[in-house]
Design a binder for this molecule. Structure first.
Ligand SMILES: NC(=O)c1ccc[n+]([C@@H]2O[C@H](COP(=O)([O-])OP(=O)(O)OC[C@H]3O[C@@H](n4cnc5c(N)ncnc54)[C@H](OP(=O)(O)O)[C@@H]3O)[C@@H](O)[C@H]2O)c1
Length: 242
C-alpha cells in the first residue's frame, strides 16, 4: 500500500512541485486548492498520465475554517491515515498598515495560522505514528516584510508553531518542520514589477529567483529524515549577502 500525503495548495507552484516529488517516491496524494478548478483538473489529468498512484483533488479554501471539517470528513469516509501533511497554501494581503481592516487581518490569520493548527487538532489521530508535518514558511517570516505586516507576522507565527508543536506532536512521534523559501518563480510573484525583481535579484548571491523544483528535495528530506524536528530551513539563494 502506498504512503499517503495531503498537500494544501498542491495544484500550482511549490505545492505542485512537491506533489511531483512525492508521486515519484510512490506516494498517493490529496491535493487541495482554493478556486481554480479548471487548472486543478488539468493538473490531475497530467499527473495521472505520469504516475500510477492515487491522486485526489479537494477544493478547500484555507480562509474558510469549515474546510477543516470537510477535509477531515474526506479522510474519515475513505479511511485514510496520513504519512505526511504539508501546509503549503498561504494567503497575503498587501493593504498598507494604516488602512488594514481587522476583518481582513483575521482572514489571513485564519488561512495561515488557524487553519493548520485546527486541522492538525482535528486529524491528529489520522496522522500515523512517525509521520511528518511540514509547513511552507517564508524568508519574510524570518525578516520584517517591507509591505505586508500581516503576511510577515503570520509567517513568523508559522515558524514559531514549528518549534512549539514539537512537544504536542511527540506523543505520536510526529515530526514538524518548515521550509522557508526566499523568492520563488511562481504565480505568487507574477504581479511583481520587473524593476523590483531586478532589485531583489541583486540582493541574492544566486542572482535569480528560485525554481519551485529546487525546493522539492528539501521537502522530501523532511519527509524521510527521522531526526530533523522543530526546524525551519531557509532556502533563499543567499539573500542576505548584500
Ligand atoms: N513564491 C514565493 O516567492 C514564495 C516565497 C516564500 C513563501 N511562499 C509561500 O509558498 C506557498 C505557496 O506559494 P506558491 O508560490 O507556490 O503559490 P502559487 O504558485 O500561487 O500556488 C498557490 C497554491 O495554493 C492554492 N491556494 C491559493 N489560495 C488558496 C486558498 N484560499 N485556499 C486553498 N488553497 C489556495 C492555489 O490554488 P488556486 O489557485 O486554485 O486557489 C495553488 O494550488 C505560500 O504559502 C506562500 O506564502 C512563496
Amino acid at each position: 500500500m502506498n504512503r499517503q500525503a495531503l498537500i494544501t495548495g498542491g495544484t500550482k507552484g511549490i505545492g505542485l512541485s512537491v506533489a511531483n516529488g512525492l508521486l515519484k517516491s510512490g506516494f498517493d496524494v490529496i491535493l487541495t486548492y482554493g478556486s481554480d478548478s479548471i487548472r486543478a483538473n488539468e493538473v490531475k489529468q497530467d499527473l495521472q498520465q505520469k504516475y500510477d498512484s492515487n491522486i485526489v483533488l479537494l477544493q478547500a479554501d484555507i480562509s474558510d475554517l469549515n474546510s477543516i471539517e470537510f477535509i477531515n470528513q474526506y479522510l474519515v469516509d475513505n479511511n485514510i491515515a496520513l504519512d505526511t501533511l504539508i501546509f503549503n497554501a498561504g494567503l497575503t494581503n498587501r493593504t498598507i498598515f494604516l488602512e488594514m481592516e481587522l476583518s481582513a487581518w483575521k482572514t489571513i490569520f485564519d488561512a495561515n495560522v488557524h487553519f493548520p493548527v485546527f486541522l492538525i487538532q482535528k486529524v491528529y489521530d489520522r496522522l500515523k505514528i512517525g509521520s511528518s508535518v511540514i509547513f511552507t514558511g517564508s524568508l519574510m517570516g524570518a525578516q520584517p516584510h517591507s509591505v505586508s505586516l500581516v503576511y510577515g507576522i503570520t509567517k513568523s507565527t508559522v515558524h514559531a508553531l514549528v518549534k512549539n508543536l514539537v512537544k504536542f506532536l511527540e506523543p505520536r512521534k510526529i515530526r514538524v518542520n518548515a521550509v522557508a523559501p526566499g523568492f520563488v518563480d511562481t504565480e505568487w510573484q507574477k504581479n511583481k514589477p520587473a524593476d523590483v525583481k531586478v532589485s531583489i535579484n541583486s540582493k541574492m548571491a544566486a542572482g535569480r529567483f528560485c525554481e519551485p523544483d529546487e525546493l522539492t528535495n528539501v521537502y522530501l528530506m523532511l519527509v524521510e529524515n527521522q531526526y530533523i524536528n522543530g526546524e525551519v530551513i531557509v532556502v533563499d539563494g543567499g539573500y542576505s549577502f548584500k
